[in-house]
Design a protein. Structure first.
Length: 258
């Protein structure tokens, strides 16, 4: 089935619109931007589809120079959605009883690089949840040794109907680097993102005990810090930090790793 679009290109090119489309529908959506300026099509299905639209007029003098900045931005965004996502899933994040489509898109092509150093300063990815999206910086690439990522749906507070999206990633330019974790909370108006950054060697793991709290664990040898955050009004609010010391730290032969 080919989807018929009737709106202007810039009005129907949001991440929310595109996230719901199939591969075939995305192809039509991308080419409609050109069709509205008179481009002819060699693919029989596209030529037939656009010939059936009362607004379409093929122009033998068509040139891509006719495209506006909004047109070009729309084509780039559709192209992004046509690429395999870094991750995708489905879950009811806002508690309305309906599943939300979840996608993480590689806005920056360097995220697919085999070069470990490609994203040392950060590469932009777009996280799309339902009708909302946010851009975040990731420091891993798909070919990096430590450039791993974990995306999963979690339930910080089982007493509400909502769930949260957690994306854990690590910088690839350090040995046993700390964790970087983004937690996404969806409301009816926005997708809120909070980043948690480990403060030490192989630190920053998050624990979710299932009682409305999130606990960040930082191993800052010879200490371990456990910082508690509580989910309040769609935001994680810091409650405090508890520090413990490795019981062997007083021994003269005790050495911190790393």
């Amino acid at each position: 089935m080919i989807l018929l679009w009737t709106g202007l290109a810039q009005a129907t090119c949001s991440h929310a619109d595109l996230a719901a489309l199939s591969a075939a529908e995305l192809r039509v959506r991308r080419n409609e931007v050109f069709a509205r300026h008179g481009r002819s099509f060699s693919s029989a299905d596209l030529a037939s589809h656009f010939a059936a639209q009362d607004w379409y007029r093929a122009d033998p003098d068509y040139d891509d120079a006719r495209l506006s900045d909004a047109d070009r931005a729309c084509v780039a965004r559709v192209n992004l959605h046509e690429q395999p996502p870094l991750w995708q899933g489905e879950a009811d994040l806002d508690g309305d009883g309906k599943p939300d489509a979840l996608k993480v898109l590689a806005t920056d092509a360097r995220l697919g690089s085999k070069d470990d150093s490609a994203c040392e300063e950060g590469c932009t990815a777009t996280v799309v949840v339902g009708g909302h999206h946010v851009d975040v910086l990731f420091h891993w690439t798909t070919g990096a040794y430590f450039g791993t990522k974990t995306a999963k749906v979690v339930d910080i507070d089982p007493s509400d109907a909502r769930k949260e999206l957690l994306i854990e990633h690590r910088r690839q330019d350090w040995e046993d680097p700390p964790y970087l974790t983004d937690v996404f909370v969806l409301t009816s108006e926005a997708l809120n993102a909070q980043r948690f950054h480990g403060e030490g060697y192989d630190s920053g793991r998050l624990e979710i005990p299932g009682d409305g709290r999130l606990i960040q664990v930082d191993d800052v040898c010879p200490h371990t810090d456990r910082t508690t955050w509580k989910l309040v009004d769609w935001q994680l609010v810091k409650q405090g930090t508890e520090r413990t010391t490795n019981p062997g730290a007083s021994h003269p032969d005790f050495v911190c790793a790393g």
